[in-house]
Write a protein that binds this ligand. Structure first.
Ligand code: CP
Length: 356
């Protein structure tokens, strides 16, 4: 059946259609108020969340459906040692669709192998966060009316920031996009996404200076340094305040700039920026609910469509993934799957190259 694990699971045409549905929901919410009557969404959050979980739940209620689930692994039988696969298999008897968040990259793909209902990835480790990207895209569309010819600065933790990974994978498909990658050396974008950028033929540059990049940007996408992903807490302490956006730094920015952030923020954006008309991060939150409503409708309507995660040339149970944050290093049961990507084999769960 149809799932959403990664933003590239959706074609550009499908994203356009989701944006169109979300914009229609904004215009006439009453038209959708009974669309999911009798349906249940399960929100399975093995990792903390405010926006994503509550916006999924609000989305399902506004479609006339109901919600079950848990907001932490500690309050589920995971605390007794249950695997992701077993948890999903069980819950898929109780719900029509599942939105899940997990601290390990690739957990939603492990879930897909056991589920009886559609799975939505609500964020998996440092890997990706496709529904945040849908919220970001709806925000960009409402700001500019298009996705073309935009210069996007992504700033902060580009190594562990899953929202950035998904945003880049989405935006490289639009004509005239340019990316400026702004981060400390230690938090640069993973190699596999840089290779995707290079292969796409789009223009991109790397810098450590937010001030130098500012004047050319149409979008500034700030991110939090993801403390929960660091093995070395001292390194997190050293890097956590690498960038703070303050009103004075916006003096050199375009009047039409959009300042975005997936939230939660810590120190990356001063609260003094909140009243600047260019601040869009609370609009992203609002848009997240509408686009998740559109996504729930789409996946429930396409339950019978096939989802192929093992493509031609895949290596099955030949090598093991070496990424310590990959679900396959935590759970014995999912198959080890490496897929050819044009620049080497990559783990199907976490997208990393390392195999051994
Ligand atoms: N943007 C985002 O994923 O926020 P939460 O962690 O609060 O869900």
């Amino acid at each position: 059946m149809r799932h959403l694990l990664d933003i590239v699971d959706l074609s550009v045409e499908e994203i356009d259609a989701l944006i169109e549905t979300a914009e229609d929901i904004i215009k006439r919410p009453q038209h959708y108020a009974d669309s999911c009557r009798g349906k249940k969404l399960a929100t399975l959050f093995f990792e903390p969340s405010t926006r994503t979980r509550l916006s999924f739940e609000a989305a399902m209620y506004e479609l006339g459906g109901n919600v079950i689930g848990f907001s932490s692994a500690a309050s589920s039988s995971v605390a007794k040692g249950e695997t992701v696969g077993d948890t999903i298999r069980v819950v898929s008897h109780f719900a029509d669709i599942i939105a899940m968040r997990h601290p390990y990259a690739g957990a939603p793909l492990a879930a897909v192998q056991k589920t009886l209902v559609p799975i939505i990835n609500a964020g998996d480790g440092e890997h990706c966060h496709p529904t945040q990207t849908l919220a970001d895209l709806l925000t960009i569309h409402r700001q500019y009316g298009s996705f073309e010819n935009l210069t996007v600065g992504v700033c902060g933790d580009l190594k562990y920031g899953r929202t950035v990974h998904s945003l880049i994978e989405a935006m490289i498909r639009y004509k005239g996009t340019r990316f400026v990658l702004i981060s400390p050396e230690e938090l640069r974008l993973p190699e596999y996404i840089k290779n995707t950028l290079t292969k796409s033929g789009m223009e991109w540059t790397e810098t450590t200076s937010l001030e130098d990049a500012m004047p050319e940007l149409d979008i500034l996408y700030m991110t939090r340094v993801q403390g929960e992903r660091f093995a070395d807490k001292a390194e997190y302490e050293r890097l956590k305040d690498s960038y703070t956006l303050t009103p004075d730094k916006l003096c050199s920015a375009k009047a039409t700039l959009s300042v975005m952030h997936p939230l939660p923020r810590v120190n990356e954006i001063s609260v003094k920026v909140d009243d600047d008309p260019r601040a869009c991060y609370f609009k992203q939150v609002e848009n997240g609910k509408y686009v998740r409503m559109a996504l729930i409708l789409k996946l429930l309507a396409e339950k019978e469509k096939p989802f192929d995660y093992i493509t031609e040339g895949a290596l099955l149970n030949v090598y093991k993934c070496r990424n310590r944050n990959c679900i396959t290093t935590q759970c014995a049961s999912p198959d080890q799957i490496f897929l050819p990507s044009g620049d080497g084999y990559r783990c199907a769960y976490c997208a990393h190259y390392g195999m051994g």
